[in-house]
Design a protein around this ligand. Structure first.
Ligand SMILES: NC(=O)CC[C@H](N)C(=O)O
Length: 309
C-alpha cells in the first residue's frame, strides 16, 4: 500500500472535479449558508500520525456526529441502564422520522436517530440545568480532542431552535409517553447546542481516536471508555450511524461511521485510525455524498474495511 499521506492527497485530488456534489442541508437556515464546494479529510492514526488534505482545518457544524459523544457520556454515567430508554436496532427510516415512536411506545430505535439522541440528551440533564449539561458535553469533546479551542456556534444553535419543528414534535411525542424526564424545551435546547459544536476534520479525527484505539486516546494516554464499550459503540455506528443509509455505507465503506447534516462523517478503522471527512453536499438520505465516496476510496486503498482487506 502507498503511504497514507499519498492516499489522502490522491483522494482529494481525484475528487476535486466533483466538489459541490449533493445538496447542502437547508432546513437549518444557518447551514444553508455554507459553501457546497468545501472538502476536507483528516486521518489520525493510533500511532500518532495525522494526514490531512483540503479544508481539514476549517470548522464545520458536527450536527449528529455529536450523538457519538453524548452516547459515550451517558454510558459512562448510567451504563446499561440507558438501554431501557433507547434501543440498539437500525431504524430503516429517516433521521428525523416519527413513525416508529407511536408503534413502539416512545422508545426510539437507537441513540443515533434524532428521537434516540433526544432521549440520551434527556438523561444527561439529570441533576443539571441545561447550561451545565451543554458545558459538560463541550468539555468532554475538548477533552477527547485535547483541544480547548473547540466552541459551539451559537448562531447555528439559534437557527435550528427557530426552525426545529420536527425535533419539537419528536420530543413532545416522547414526553406524552412519559419517556422524557425533563421539560421538552430543556431537552431541545441542549440538543441544538450539542449539534452546533463546530470542529475541523483534524479536531474531529482526534476526538474519535478513543474508538479506534480500544477506548483510550494514545496521544494523551487518557482512558475514555473500556475496550468492550468502544467496540460496542463502533457496532452501533456501523449498524445505525447513517440512518437509512447504514446498510449501504457498510456495503461500500465497511467502517463504523457517524454522519451529520453539516456534511461531516467520523469513521473508525479499529486498531488503525480515526478519520474525519467533510463535504457539505448530502445524498438523498442526508449523509455527505462525497464524504462517503472519499471513505470508500480510503477503505479500498488501505484495506481497512472491518470485513477484510
Ligand atoms: N442528521 C443530523 O445531523 C441531524 C441533526 C440536526 N441537528 C437535526 O436534528 O435535524
Amino acid at each position: 500500500m502507498p503511504d497514507l499521506q499519498t492516499i489522502v492527497g490522491e483522494i482529494h485530488r481525484e475528487l476535486s472535479p466533483r466538489f459541490g456534489e449533493g445538496r447542502v442541508a437547508d432546513y437549518i437556515p444557518q447551514l444553508a449558508r455554507v459553501r457546497s464546494d468545501r472538502f476536507g479529510i483528516a486521518v489520525q492514526t493510533v500511532d500518532g500520525d495525522v494526514h490531512l488534505a483540503g479544508d481539514a482545518d476549517v470548522s464545520f457544524s458536527i450536527q449528529s456526529i455529536s450523538k457519538v459523544f453524548t452516547l459515550t457520556i451517558a454510558l459512562g454515567k448510567l451504563g446499561d441502564a440507558i438501554w431501557k430508554r433507547v434501543g440498539r436496532e437500525p431504524s430503516g427510516t429517516a433521521f428525523n422520522s416519527i413513525v416508529q415512536l407511536e408503534r413502539e411506545a416512545g422508545i426510539p430505535r437507537n441513540p443515533f436517530i434524532n428521537a434516540g439522541a433526544l432521549a440520551i440528551t434527556d438523561l444527561l440533564l439529570a441533576g443539571h440545568p441545561p447550561k451545565e449539561a451543554i458545558g459538560e458535553i463541550l468539555r468532554f469533546v475538548r477533552y477527547l480532542a485535547d483541544d480547548e479551542d473547540i466552541v459551539i456556534d451559537h448562531e447555528v444553535a439559534r437557527s435550528e431552535a427557530a426552525t426545529g419543528y420536527r425535533n419539537a414534535a419528536l420530543a413532545n411525542f416522547m414526553r406524552s409517553f412519559d419517556r422524557l424526564n425533563h421539560p421538552v424545551e430543556h431537552v431541545l435546547g441542549v440538543y441544538f447546542h450539542q449539534c452546533a459544536i463546530a470542529m475541523s476534520c483534524r479536531q474531529l479525527a482526534r476526538a474519535g481516536l478513543y474508538l479506534a484505539a480500544g477506548g483510550s486516546n494514545p496521544l494523551t494516554g487518557y482512558r475514555v471508555v473500556s475496550r468492550l464499550r468502544a467496540r460496542r459503540i463502533n457496532a452501533l455506528m456501523l449498524t445505525c450511524g447513517h440512518y437509512d443509509g447504514s446498510g449501504d455505507f457498510a456495503y461500500h465503506v465497511g467502517l463504523p461511521g457517524k454522519s451529520g447534516v453539516g456534511g461531516g462523517i467520523l469513521a473508525i478503522a479499529p486498531g488503525k485510525a480515526s478519520i474525519a471527512v467533510w463535504s457539505p453536499g448530502l445524498n438523498e438520505v442526508g449523509n455527505s455524498a462525497l464524504g462517503t465516496v472519499a471513505l470508500e476510496m480510503l477503505a479500498a486503498r488501505t484495506g481497512w474495511s472491518v470485513f477484510g482487506a
